[in-house]
Ligand binder design. Structure first.
Ligand SMILES: Nc1nc2c(ncn2[C@@H]2O[C@H](COP(=O)(O)OP(=O)(O)OP(=O)(O)O)[C@@H](O)[C@H]2O)c(=O)[nH]1
Ligand SMILES: [Mg+2]
Length: 445
């Protein structure tokens, strides 16, 4: 979906991830890439400038939250601003209701009527479809066929010329149904004839929701179209179709936000299942190629809150014991798979599967070994001699070599921290609250 915009955004994110220093100058120059990506997605230039201005202002004004690196803070701000650019999403209630679909020719009303029907039917509601389209030849036939595919009754009358008459009869015919979805006729433009027809339909139907069905390929012109339909007939939401095949979806979404009408669903293909509730956070995260971004950000926050003593600065200043190392591993585990963390940090790297498995396996082994250590040993690893190694190995059911390897890893990490303390390495890519652990070639995580 929106592959070009997505590509541009991902390029921007990976550039940020690779940057040595994320300072004011870097923020300014890298935002130019973000602007290019958005403009190529037909996002209105004024909105793009506003967005990047907001990001710059927030970077200047806001203090970096405890536990986040400047890079993570920057990515987070960009993510939040992108979410707000594409809108707020709408509310869809799963309850009996009447829905009217309106829109211009060929934007996807009929297809969407069937998709919506399936959406509510899947959620246990009894759905009926009505077509009042007396303009398009074979409009009834088209919806009828779709209805048969999804087992939903369709009312229409190809011989009648009166939308309102058909509608009245349809409502009678489908009186026991929970959800009625009305597919109305389109026109080339929003002319008086169409406005009057929709108003008459609304009077008879008294819909709970009136959705404008609009193809995402109109990009930023969605603003005018949404505004004029809203002014003329009143809308409760927008369904943006063809998000799968248009490069301008980003622009269309931002335009709907400006028009002040929420996008409630997006159409993502020609099939009856290709309809999604529009969730701006999920949408942006997916555009960025990081579907779990939101939940990971939350988890990182939780972990940072729970592990105040794991604040990098404190660790740099104070004691890095095996106990701290152990807490690190626990925190890492809580955050989920290493690949997810790498994705979240925008490292843009694919961790080879064998390394990944080995590393996660290793984490488990280390944890088991440390569970067999005494408090004293965890706090003062230097007291662990050969006989203690043997005892720990026996207690944990692991080999003395593995215990030694853990101690070596701990020593290596400790050394690295010392170096960082001496300012030889910049603190940059660490997981919030977690010093870099050397995990079988995964330095830098
Ligand atoms: N790729 C893609 N195609 C879609 C989507 N929604 C609708 N279409 C296609 O768009 C074309 C027009 O769809 P219709 O549902 O007939 O549009 P309409 O608004 O009812 O058209 P009129 O009745 O002429 O006003 C069809 O070929 C659909 O398959 C979508 O989300 N993605
Ligand atoms: Mg139609």
């Amino acid at each position: 979906m929106l592959s070009k915009l997505s590509e541009g955004l991902q390029k921007f994110f990976s550039k940020v991830s690779r940057a040595g220093v994320v300072d004011e100058k870097f923020v300014k120059t890298s935002l130019r890439d973000l602007q290019k990506a958005l403009i190529s997605g037909d996002v209105n230039v004024r909105l793009v400038l506003e967005l990047t201005h907001n990001i710059e202002a927030r970077m200047k004004k806001e203090k970096i939250p405890k536990g986040l690196t400047p890079r993570q803070h920057f990515l987070n701000v960009v993510y939040e601003e992108l979410v707000s650019l594409v809108g707020e999403g709408g509310e869809v209630e799963i309850r009996p209701q009447r829905i009217l679909l309106v829109g211009l020719y060929g934007h996807g009303k009929t297809t969407t009527a069937a998709k919506l029907g399936k959406f509510f039917a899947k959620r246990g509601l009894k759905v009926g479809l009505i077509t009042t389209d007396t303009w398009r030849p074979a409009a009834y036939e088209q919806l009828k066929q779709l209805g048969e595919k999804i087992n939903i009754p369709v009312y229409g009358d190809p011989n009648s010329k009166s939308a309102v008459e058909i509608l009245k009869r349809g409502i009678d015919e489908l009186s026991g149904y929970d959800v009625l979805i009305v597919d109305s006729a389109g026109r080339d433009s929003l002319n008086d004839e169409l406005i009057n027809e929709i108003r008459e339909i609304k009077q008879v139907l008294n819909p709970d929701n009136t959705y404008l069905v609009m193809g995402a390929d109109i990009g930023q012109s969605a603003e005018t179209q949404a505004k004029s339909f809203n002014d003329a007939v009143g809308l409760t939401g927008i369904i943006l179709t063809r998000m799968d095949s248009s490069a301008k979806g980003g622009g269309a979404l931002a335009a709907c936000k400006v028009a002040g009408v929420p996008v409630v669903f997006i159409g993502t293909g020609e099939k009856v299942d290709d309809l999604e509730l529009f969730d701006p956070k999920k949408f942006v995260a997916r555009l960025l190629g990081m579907p779990d971004l939101e939940s990971l950000l939350n988890k990182v926050k939780e972990v940072v809150e729970e592990n105040q003593e794991l604040n990098p600065e404190d660790i740099l200043r104070g004691n890095f014991t095996l106990k701290t190392f152990y807490q690190q591993l626990e925190a890492t585990k809580k955050m989920g798979s290493l690949q997810k963390i790498a994705d979240m940090l925008g490292l843009g790297m694919k961790i080879p599967k064998d390394v990944l498995e080995q590393s996660e396996e290793k984490l488990k082994v280390y944890k088991v070994i440390m569970d067999s250590m005494t408090k004293d040993e965890l706090e003062h690893p230097e007291i662990i001699n050969k006989s203690r190694i043997d005892r720990i190995a026996r207690g944990s059911g692991r080999t003395p070599q593995e215990v030694r390897e853990l101690l070596r890893q701990y020593e290596a990490t400790k050394k690295m921290l010392k170096k960082m303390k001496a300012g030889k390495r910049r603190w940059g890519k660490g997981i919030p609250g977690l010093p870099n652990i050397n995990l079988g070639g995964m330095n830098g995580l």
